[in-house]
Design a protein around this ligand. Structure first.
Ligand code: IPM
Ligand code: MG
Length: 350
């Protein structure tokens, strides 16, 4: 039995996840769908942004598809109980260290980008973001009061050789199936962990991936190059924090955050965590106007990377392309379709 655990979450999360679930029922009726509360709704109902039971269900599933978490309602909650803390715990416990964030410009949407069409046409970048280490999890961290009464906030950026190697391996492997090029972004000019990052990537490349083209790039320059000439990138490998930032920039190049899926993967055989890149969008939650394509494409990635259904993944991908080519547009893409109507359009194309 194959199980897909749904974690719809907060805000528009449940609306977009419902459309992905509809597609799953139609395309792969044999896959069992299970569901748990996650994020703010879990905090409200169970007192924690994710329960131990939900974590166990995620680890036991074949893949996990989440919607989005968070919202102004929980802004005042203590940090360890916030929806975001639930997401970080889930990533850590599922050990999904490699976050694949494709930034792909669908031809039908090239004019929706804030960059000129000629800069983004054909854009196909795969960001590989380290997801379970770095400053997001490093200790010590905290806010302390100094003898003079000032407060001092601190975080720790830390990476070990094996953490860098395992995510780099994912980037090199992916590049081989694409345009064979990896840019590795860090700040080795100012950070010790950045220097180690560069050394480990260089060594691994020499030992095992010399056939792949490797370029080291400082993270600030990577940000600049992403908006200057984004099509020069194939695979962009980076740490947790830089990956968070660079993936938002890359996402906007494609015209809409509402289009982009992501996959977080661990060691082979372990379940992956799939999520749209967009957040819970409290401003439009409950209105039925959110674009469900990022959630639908996240399911497509789950079919490909965790559920071993490449043929169904291809079919679904083509259905999304067809729906867009036929003019299906939610509001974020300049159209009028509701969330459900966009789901209808993809189902019709399927
Ligand atoms: C993301 C988000 C998360 C992150 C937040 C919600 C914790 O921005 O997935 O990019 O910073 O990783
Ligand atoms: Mg982010």
């Amino acid at each position: 039995m194959t199980t897909l655990l749904l974690l719809p979450g907060d805000g528009i999360g449940p609306e977009v996840t419902a459309q992905a679930a509809r597609i799953a029922k139609a395309l792969t009726p044999d896959i069992t769908l299970d569901e748990r509360d996650f994020g703010g709704i879990s905090f409200d109902r169970h007192g924690a942004p994710i329960t131990d039971e939900a974590v166990a269900a995620a680890i036991a599933a074949d893949a996990v598809l989440m919607g989005a978490v968070g919202g102004p309602k929980w802004a005042g909650v203590a940090r360890q109980s916030r929806p975001e803390a639930g997401l970080l715990r889930l990533r850590k416990e599922m050990q999904v260290f490699a976050n694949l964030r494709p930034a792909l410009c669908f031809d039908a949407l090239a004019d929706a980008s804030s960059l000129k069409r000629e800069l983004v046409a054909g854009l196909d970048i795969m960001i590989v973001r380290e997801l379970t280490g770095g400053v997001y999890f490093g200790e010590p961290r905290g806010i302390e009061t100094l003898p003079d009464g000032q407060r001092r906030g601190f975080d720790t950026q830390v990476y070990t050789t094996s953490e860098i190697e395992r995510v780099s391996r994912v980037a090199f492997e992916l590049a081989r199936g694409r345009r064979n090029k990896v840019h590795s972004a860090e700040k080795s000019n100012v950070m010790e962990s950045g220097l180690l990052w560069r050394e480990v990537v260089t060594d691994l490349h020499k030992r095992e991936y010399a056939d792949v083209q490797l370029e080291h790039i400082l993270a600030d320059n990577a940000a600049m190059q992403l908006v200057r000439a984004p099509t020069q990138f194939d695979v962009l490998l980076t740490d947790n924090l830089f990956g968070d930032i660079l993936s938002d920039a890359a996402a906007q190049l494609t015209g809409s955050l509402g289009m982009l899926p992501s996959a977080a993967l661990g060691e082979a055989g372990r379940p992956g965590l799939y999520e749209p890149i967009h957040g819970s969008a409290p401003d439009i939650a409950g209105q039925g106007v959110a674009n469900p394509l990022a959630a639908i494409l996240s399911f497509e990635m789950a079919l490909r990377w965790s559920l071993n259904r490449p043929a169904e993944a291809d079919r679904l991908y083509r259905a999304v392309e067809t729906a867009l080519a036929n003019g299906a547009r939610t509001r974020d893409l300049g159209g009028q379709l509701s969330t459900v109507e966009m789901g209808d359009a993809v189902l019709a194309a399927l």
